[in-house]
Design a protein around this ligand. Structure first.
Ligand code: DUC
Ligand code: ZN
Ligand code: ZN
Length: 472
């Protein structure tokens, strides 16, 4: 019997800390040897001329999430994880969203049913807490943490999700007690309501005005408020999908005070702008870019790059939140023509996250390949209790690996992608750097865009307490 199921030979292995020429031996889905030369494998893959990276970990995706009575997400766990794998990602953390008035435990059961037998790559859940009743806070959350869902998201906006300040404090206190990591959607509800009514009153209803209804100060104010609550409770928090300098300044200020405030950003904040929401002559096609917080401007891109380089951001996630464009259940919902506020909020990006960061970041000399790995894989695994099983290339880790051609030039186009949405916001976007093979738990998941993994190959991941949160 061969000593290894698989050997990846001749490549340059890049982790968050090192770049090394070595071979990788895989057995039973895990990495069992790193050595100058590995022979005796049932299957050998020639990686010469390629970089060998840990598979991407995308810690912020929405799959098959309930999105209102007439709206349907374009990806479930099957198509979403297929697209992830095709883009070089081998682990996703998706949201299990509590509907107000329902049990959080039932909601998580429902997401387990949605994902079971469907996912092509490993997955875990963050909880979304929208109704923090005493039984949710005192019974359900602790039980779900013990079951491996060790992080949850709270919203400071949206009618069906918003928590008031007292509720935020109560939820933060539970996170402190249970050592869970709280992710915060930081945009201020009342200010958005006020601006939306004003814009609508002025007849400004096109998708572009979505961006004007949520300027950066809305994000800055909510970020500051979340930080103050976290300081009061003395609990670490993660501010997700940060879009520009103003919230970043709050995060840096908090860190300067010694607070554990972490931050995430996404491809849309280094590659799209609010002007994209103008569509063709302010028509409804701008809805393709409606997400929250909205994409900003070139000055914000520069600020985000600073933050990716200087450690303000730990993670670079997709915030994949896919809706169809040409569908009444998507961006072209009949009411969307009457106001931007009815355009479903979110864009697809699970398959293009790595290419955009590599191309704009590493290929343009803004970040190193090691920083790329930290931002797209290692830090996600560490932050959310999956390290070192996921997020690195080391003996004992799962054999989640992407063979990366750093020089391959491609143009992102809908017709080469695998996601369920009928468009990509990056249509025509030229990139340098592309995944040529994705290996998930030692199996070849995707090679040259052809998907070999099957629904059910991905398993649910019970996560540990985040080491960033664990009390000393
Ligand atoms: N928040 C997200 O995290 N994703 C999409 C929309 C939103 O508001
Ligand atoms: Zn959000
Ligand atoms: Zn999101």
């Amino acid at each position: 019997m061969a000593e290894f199921d698989l050997a990846i030979r001749g490549g340059t292995v890049v982790t968050a800390s090192d770049t090394t020429r070595c071979d990788i031996g895989v057995r039973g889905g895990r990495i069992v040897q790193l050595a100058e030369s590995i022979t005796g494998a049932s299957r050998e893959i020639d990686a010469s001329g390629l970089l060998v990276l840990p598979g991407g970990v995308d810690s912020h995706v929405h799959l098959d999430q309930e999105s209102g009575p007439e709206i349907r997400m374009a990806d479930g766990f099957e198509s979403g994880t297929r697209a992830a794998a095709a883009g070089g990602t081998t682990t996703v953390l998706a949201f299990a969203k509590q509907e107000k008035g329902t049990s959080l435990r039932d909601c998580v059961m429902r997401y387990h049913q949605k994902a079971a037998g469907q996912a092509l790559i490993d997955y875990g859940f963050h909880l979304i807490v929208s109704d923090p009743t005493p039984s949710v806070l005192n019974q359900e959350l602790p039980a779900l943490f013990a079951d491996g869902c060790t992080s949850f998201k709270v919203f400071m906006t949206y009618d069906d999700l918003v928590l008031n300040d007292r509720q935020l404090l109560e939820v933060f206190a539970v996170a402190k007690r249970e050592q869970a990591l709280v992710m915060v959607h930081a945009e201020g509800y009342d200010t958005i309501k006020f601006l939306t009514a004003k814009l609508e009153g002025e007849g400004k209803t096109a998708p572009y005005f979505h961006a004007l209804s949520r300027p950066q100060l809305v994000e800055r104010e909510a970020t500051h408020r979340a930080i103050s609550h976290a300081e009061l409770i003395d609990v670490p928090i993660m501010i997700v999908h940060v879009s520009g300098r103003e919230p970043m300044e709050q995060i840096r200020w908090a860190r300067g005070r010694g607070l554990k405030v972490f931050a995430e950003t996404c491809p849309q904040y280094i590659s799209l702008t609010a002007d994209d929401l103008k569509g063709d002559n302010m028509d409804i096609s701008g809805g393709k870019y409606v997400c929250s917080p909205p994409p900003r401007d070139h000055a914000s891109w520069a600020a985000i790059w600073e933050g990716l380089k200087d450690g303000t951001f730990q993670t670079f996630s997709s915030d994949h939140c896919p809706f169809y464009y040409d569908s009444p259940e998507g961006k072209l919902h009949p009411k969307a023509k009457t106001s931007f506020r009815y355009v479903p909020n979110g864009i697809p990006g699970i398959e293009t996250r790595l290419q955009i960061l590599w191309s704009e970041g590493v290929a343009k000399g803004r970040i190193t390949a090691n920083e790329f790995v930290a931002l797209t894989a290692t830090n996600h695994a560490k932050m959310y209790g999956l390290y070192p099983r996921k997020g690195t290339i080391a003996v004992g880790s799962d054999a989640d690996i992407v063979l990366w051609d750093p020089n391959r030039k491609e143009t992102i186009r809908q017709d080469i992608l695998h996601h369920g949405a009928d468009y990509t916001p990056w249509e025509g976007f030229a990139v340098t750097g592309w995944p040529v093979m994705t290996i998930a738990c030692g199996r070849i998941a995707v090679e040259d865009g052809k998907v070999f993994s099957r629904p059910g190959d991905g398993q649910f991941l019970r996560r540990e307490i985040s080491p960033y949160v664990r009390a000393a």
